[in-house]
Ligand binder design. Structure first.
Ligand code: ADP
Ligand code: MG
Length: 306
């Protein structure tokens, strides 16, 4: 009988040797793991179902059917879509295992750490990234998103921690955690978004995530690009930590003066204005971003430097 997921009977522990922890997120632990049959290394992300308040009808999923709980059904369908995504700049999902209290996502192993760590290291070394080096990373993020958007999936939780890098020089970008934002969001409250409000499009913070399309990712990429270029983690002028989330986002203004003080090209500023457009209907799509003259020209130069 064809089952949509691997069940514990043919469990992840039979096929994979878990070596050590690679990282931890709010809902998951990620382990380095060896596929015994292939002799290949992977990252296994273990999502704790209990923490996602997902219980009702879950037994059905373990039997190979869809769970009765509509949210759980949605989540499993989303995961099946993620398995279809294949792109050089997308962290590949190989397979999924279910257990009563956990979901195991077997992912492509990406060894160079995440973009936040990379930028902090640059800061610690008192180095900055040239426009060309910055563009080389930003274009890869845009290409990952343009592809995934074309497949009908939005990321919705883009931040430097979810952008993984290989050890190559220049690094190859692998965007991770695709679609899972929606999944996680279904099972948690908006509280969980507060930690990452910096990257959220204004309309998301004001009205919540529901009903918004892929265009919310463009804002997040704009903020990530701003941070890469300026190496400054505060992209807004007037953000105060003690203010409520909504106030912060509705009153915040992008700190264009800081960008200009870096002496960047006017074309670069124009690119960022396209992404950091308050009106989502006028904001630049990821497909258009991939064709931006500044981004394309500088990214090509970025490849030559290394
Ligand atoms: P969460 O969804 O809970 O935030 P993440 O998927 O971001 O969890 O994983 C947590 C951490 O584990 C990441 O910040 C990263 O350091 C590490 N990690 C995640 N996926 C991979 C991967 N494919 N390869 C290597 N390390 C990874
Ligand atoms: Mg994450």
């Amino acid at each position: 009988r064809h089952t949509p997921f691997n069940t514990p009977a043919e469990g992840v522990h039979k096929d994979y040797d878990m070596l050590h922890e690679l990282g931890k997120g709010a809902f998951a632990t990620v382990m380095k793991a060896l596929n015994r049959a292939e002799g290949q290394w992977y990252a296994v992300k273990i999502v704790h179902v209990r923490k996602l308040k997902l219980r009702e009808g879950w037994e059905k999923a373990l039997e190979g059917g869809l769970p009765t709980d509509p949210d759980a059904r949605t989540m499993l369908r989303e995961i099946k879509i993620l398995e279809k995504l294949k792109h050089r700049n997308v962290c590949q999902l190989k397979e999924v295992f279910l257990e009563s209290h956990s979901i195991y996502l077997v992912l492509e192993l990406v060894q160079g750490g995440d973009l936040m760590k990379y930028l902090l290291q640059k800061e610690a070394d008192r180095e900055s990234l040239s426009e060309a080096q910055s563009a080389h990373i930003i274009l890869q993020i845009c290409e990952a998103l343009a592809y995934v958007h074309s497949m009908g999936v939005a990321h919705r939780d883009l931040k430097p921690e979810n952008v993984l890098l290989t050890k190559d020089n220049p690094p190859v970008v692998k965007v991770a955690d695709f679609g899972l934002a929606k999944v996680i969001d279904t099972f948690t409250d908006l509280q969980s978004l507060c930690g990452t409000a910096t990257y959220l499009a204004p309309e998301v913070v004001i009205h919540g995530l529901e009903g918004y399309s892929q265009i919310v990712d463009s804002w997040s990429v704009g903020i990530i690009a701003f941070i890469i270029i300026t190496l400054h983690r505060e992209p807004y002028v007037n953000e105060k930590a003690d203010e409520g989330l909504k106030t912060r986002v509705t009153t915040r203004e992008v700190n264009w003066a800081r960008l200009r003080s870096r002496g960047v090209d006017g074309q670069c500023e124009h690119f960022l204005h396209g992404l950091l457009e308050y009106d989502p209907t006028r904001r630049m799509t990821m497909a258009d971003a991939c064709l931006d003259p500044w981004l394309v020209a500088q990214a090509a130069a970025g490849l030559d430097i290394a």
